[in-house]
Design a protein around this ligand. Structure first.
Ligand code: NAD
Ligand code: USQ
Length: 396
């Protein structure tokens, strides 16, 4: 297959690009390096020493003989170049990662809210438009988020669609499947709920074949391919804006920083390891929807955990202290989360569980690169509301 990967220099995109290239697919990245530029803006760096993209690609070629191409363009702003690339290169599939993906960054200021919304919606809209205008029948696989569901609000979350009953216009009863009601918790998550409507429309109107993968929090760093050579190492975000909860706890344990639990830690979230994430994307690509099929939605997650339980597991493994902090976010202090995630298991996924992967991650990444950590960048400073929480720290 010829696979175009917008966002292919990022955490999920890079690992996916190598995985697909290793399986013999022709891979072409589109990335404007905005993520690396945001690191510079925030004064942070990946815990792992990621090589410049050109060096990464050269190393991959040297080690495997496989070539991955890269076009440096902004998928949200350089529409003409994007359309030309799609017309000329004629992909069979597009895997779309090219969005600003941090919820805290999206809530920092008016500038970051506006950037996140404009970047994410325009990138999605431009890809869809370019497929329509070029007439290329590529399968679009998008990385969405479990956050579109608002973590269920107590309801079991189906894979995208909810069956409802309503009164029909003739007075009878009508049954329909509708998109699960969106309930975003940040401007970033809101862009993902709006992406869903773009997909719904372009699928209905133009017959674009789309799979939307509603992914949970991704943890871990390395995959089989990124491990091959340090020049291929994947990024590891640990800072208060881009670091995700479990990876932050693993790094904090390695550098002796009390684990930063927000509030009581009763928030339950869905998780998936990066190795499983790339396998799921490959399975979605090799099982494309039929031309007339509606948008296919898979919940891409393998486990659910409460934040406080994750902290306890990491503390038990490492002896780390746990700090319960005022929550900078506006989110439920505690929630249950039950979600269907059969589709990818039915396609053959065998998940990496927390129990098997955690220790390896602490040693391979946290301890190995601990000297690169800037402790001043660990606190989460982005506030969801303009009423700053008191700087209270409880240790329990
Ligand atoms: P990332 O920030 O590491 O990677 C995104 C990449 O896209 C970066 O390389 C960035 O430079 C590029 N990009 C952004 N806007 C672009 C544009 N307009 N034009 C060209 N390139 C652009 O993020 P990630 O963690 O790899 O996430 C990738 C996708 O997966 C995102 O859409 C995210 O919402 C989704 N996702 C991530 C997670 C997670 O835990 N990391 C979980 C669920 C879903
Ligand atoms: N949290 C802590 N301590 C921390 C960091 C986070 O307690 O140091 C808490 C947060 O308050 C939140 C939970 O952990 O309740 C998850 O936070 P996160 O930063 O790990 O994840 P989130 O902001 O939801 O975003 C991440 C990715 C995003 C993806 C999403 C999937 O950055 O791209 O869409 O996970 S999901 O959570 O399923 O919506």
């Amino acid at each position: 297959m010829k696979i175009l990967i917008p966002g292919g220099d990022g955490f999920c995109g890079w690992a996916t690009a190598l995985h697909l290239s290793a399986r013999g697919h022709a891979v072409h990245l589109v990335d404007n390096l905005s993520r690396r530029k945001i690191d510079i803006e925030l004064g942070v760096d990946s815990l792992t020493p990621i090589a410049p993209l050109r060096n990464r690609l050269a190393a991959w070629r040297e080690l495997t003989g496989r070539q991955i191409e890269w076009t440096d363009l902004d998928a949200a702003r350089d529409y003409d170049a994007l359309e030309r690339l799609i017309r000329d290169w004629r992909p069979d599939a597009v895997v779309h990662f090219a969005e600003q993906r941090s919820a805290p960054y999206s809530m920092k200021s008016a500038a970051t809210k506006r950037y996140t919304l404009e970047n994410n919606l325009s990138a999605t809209q431009n890809l869809l438009c370019a497929l329509v205008e070029t007439g290329i029948d590529a399968h679009l696989v998008h990385l969405g988020t479990m956050g579109v569901y608002g973590y269920g609000g107590g309801m079991r979350i189906p894979e995208g669609y909810l069956t409802i009953q309503a009164e029909a216009s003739d007075g009878g009863r009508l049954e329909r499947e509708i998109l699960f009601p969106p309930d975003p918790g940040s401007v970033y998550h809101m862009t993902k709920t709006q992406d869903q409507l773009l997909f719904y429309f372009y699928n209905k109107n133009d017959g674009i074949r789309i799979t939307d993968l509603h992914q949970g929090v991704v943890w871990g760093t390395q995959t089989r391919e990124t491990r091959l050579d340090e020049r291929l190492i994947n990024r590891f975000d640990y800072d208060g804006d881009y670091g995700t909860v479990l990876n932050r706890f693993l790094m904090q344990a390695a550098v002796g920083y009390p684990l930063t639990v927000h509030g009581s830690g009763g928030q339950t979230r869905a998780f998936i390891h990066i190795q499983d994430s790339v396998r799921c994307i490959e399975m979605a690509l090799t099982h494309p929807p039929a031309t007339s099929e509606r948008v296919r939605i898979f919940n891409q997650m393998t486990e659910t955990h409460r934040v406080a339980d994750l902290a306890r597991i990491v503390a038990e493994l490492t002896g780390a202290e746990i700090a319960y902090l005022d929550n900078p976010r506006k989110e439920a202090d505690a929630n249950d989360l039950a979600a269907d995630a059969r589709c990818l298991i039915d396609l053959g996924l065998q998940p990496t569980t927390l129990r098997t992967g955690l220790l390896e991650e602490i040693v391979e990444i946290g301890q190995r690169y601990r000297e690169r950590c800037d402790r001043d960048r660990i606190p989460c400073t982005s506030q969801w509301t303009r009423m700053p929480a008191a700087a209270r720290v409880d240790r329990r």
